[in-house]
Design a protein around this ligand. Sequence first.
Ligand code: C5P
Length: 218
Amino acid sequence: LKEIRIAIDGPASSGKSTVAKIIAKDFDIIYLDTGAMYRAATYVALSNDLDDDFEKIITILKENPISFGTSSEGQLVYVGEVDVTHAIRQNDVTNAVSKISAIPEIREYLVDAQREIASHGGIVMDGRDIGTVVLPDAELKIFLVASVEERAERRYKENLAKGIETDYEQLKFEIAERDRKDSTREVSPLKQADDAILIDTTGMGIAAVVSKIKSFVK
Ligand code: C5P
């Protein structure tokens, strides 16, 4: 079990990271949030006013590598020494990330880093192209989906719990828009791998999704 590689892909806000974290903990394997890496690259682009200048973005990332840490509040994300955990979840990053993640050179750079991390042993990775591109020979591939209404509602409630009031229709629009961009890009689009197991989590609780995924680990 310690060597298992689990790929969890799916559209925005489908619960991938929530279930991946639980599975990582229960199986005592590494969790890698690849979306956080694309978000970190986007943060670098925005905070340095680089637009889609991938050469400069990659140069900065090489000098200030993306890394992860832990705190009592959960996983921390760094670019070099800078803690970008909260910054990468802000709207400006969320709404620009699909543009940056569509750049082939950025993907190549981050996919290499992701494979390097995966070479160290058991891992559960969540993203959009894990089963299709990053780990095509993963032992278990899951494709998580849920209706856009339910995904917007989950985000809406998460935000409320954090004390942030958001517009439900706006959330729904932004989620659908990000999915459209991620699925229609030329390089490594969001797509279910042929050998991935599809789980529709609409109306399902987190525990049910986790136990369903675990039931596929023999
Ligand atoms: O998973 P999360 O929603 O944080 O991902 C943010 C964005 O990063 C996605 O909308 C997508 O554009 C990009 N992404 C990607 N490939 C991955 C993971 C994320 O293109 N493997």
